[in-house]
Design a binder for this molecule. Structure first.
Ligand code: PMP
Length: 375
């Protein structure tokens, strides 16, 4: 199955429905624009990736990318935006190194990614940087639900409260930010820009780029100014938020090409009508898929309905011996990357911003046909 996508007077390009969890589908228009500009950017006879990150032409790209992101997410003026390297995972270290500061920090565990974040913070706690407190964990329920608020063991005056808004592997999303009185730090790697959020509710938002922003390796950090300037002496300079703010994310050579591509994705998102408009499409895509799952005895999604992710939809088959056949036949049908993460098994469809509704419809049609054949 391929879909023809035609954009602005261009010949149709074949794009195969790709449900990869990340690196993931990027908008066709963005890849086409990058292709057009690859060898000869702005008629300069050079590629973007060949120019100095300090040149005024390149700085125009970074300024525009930040301005677009600020406008798309309505980021208040008292927040700084960083475009750094090391993906989402390096922030698991950077956060305690910058913010633990001899205090105690609260961590909520709702799946693999938030578990990794606390594990990394615990390493620094062991070294004497502060204390790390597990507020609650959904492990006993196989991360299908978020522990009831009444069971949370929160710390008064914690340095911060960390959680993951969308657990990419388990397909569990926390839509409403937890109400706590301390700075809220959130991993939005797999849900940033997927629907409107109120940035002012957070102390810091971070997101690896490879789902809704651009190529892997880049990470975006949105941090409230009052949280800067508390880093431990051990904090590597490149991970020090205050230092990177001073250097405008250019303490060393930044990931210039990824930053440029992120800017193109922001342009694209604006052209789609922004986060509110894409959020409505994301809701439609998720509803289409969850309805297909719920209206069948053949497919199953285990996540508590209020926490079902609109970005990553894992599902299992009633007869798991058919998993392999499902994956083989879906791939033959041209539907890519539907294998669930090895930790949870089964299938997973990641339906980020750049995945069109039409692809989700193709997947649902395939699922129905597969059920008819084997169900
Ligand atoms: N957090 C979440 C929610 C993720 O999904 C991922 C990657 N899939 C990460 C963090 C880690 O990102 P990276 O691989 O860029 O370090």
């Amino acid at each position: 199955m391929t879909t023809d996508i035609t954009t602005d007077n261009k010949a149709a390009v074949h794009r195969v429905p790709n449900f990869s969890a990340g690196p993931a589908t990027l908008p066709t228009e963005v890849l086409q624009r990058a292709q057009d500009e690859l060898l000869d950017w702005q008629g300069r006879g050079v590629s973007v990736m060949e120019v100095s990150h300090r040149s005024k032409e390149y700085l125009a790209i970074t300024e525009k990318a930040e301005a677009k992101l600020r406008s798309l997410m309505q980021i208040p003026d008292n927040y700084k935006v960083l475009f750094l390297q090391g993906g989402g995972s390096l922030q698991f270290s950077a956060i305690p190194l910058n913010l633990l500061n001899g205090k105690r920090a609260d961590y909520l565990t709702t799946g693999t990614w938030s578990a990794k974040a606390i594990k990394e913070a615990q390493r620094y706690a062991k070294l004497g940087l502060g204390e790390v407190n597990l507020v609650a964990t959904g492990k006993d329920h196989n991360f299908t639900d978020v522990p009831a608020r009444s069971s949370w063991n929160t710390t008064k005056d914690a340095a911060y409260f960390h959680y993951c808004a969308n657990e990419t592997i388990h397909g569990l999303q926390i839509f409403e930010p937890p109400q706590v009185d301390v700075p809220l730090i959130v991993d939005m790697s797999s849900c940033i820009l997927s629907q409107p959020i109120d940035v002012s509710k957070f102390g810091m938002i971070y997101a690896g780029a490879q789902k809704n922003i651009g190529p892997a390796g880049l990470v975006i950090i949105i941090i409230r100014e009052d949280l800067l300037g508390q880093a431990s002496d051990w904090c590597p300079l490149l991970l020090n938020y205050e230092h990177q703010v001073e250097k405008e994310s250019m303490s060393n050579t930044p990931a210039t090409y990824s930053w440029y591509l992120a800017g193109l994705v922001f342009d694209w998102l604006e052209e789609q009508g922004g986060v509110e408009a894409i959020g409505k499409i994301n809701q439609q895509k998720a509803a289409l898929l969850y309805d297909a799952i719920d209206n069948s005895e053949f497919y199953h999604n285990a996540i508590a309905p209020e926490y079902r992710s609109i970005m990553n939809v894992p599902f299992t088959l009633a007869d798991s011996t058919l998993d392999k056949v499902f994956l083989e036949e879906s791939e033959q049908a041209g539907l890519l990357s539907l294998k669930g993460h090895r930790e949870v098994g089964g299938m997973r469809a990641s339906i980020y911003n750049a995945v069109p509704l039409q692809w989700v419809q193709l997947l649902v049609d395939f699922m129905k046909a597969f059920e008819k054949k084997y169900g």
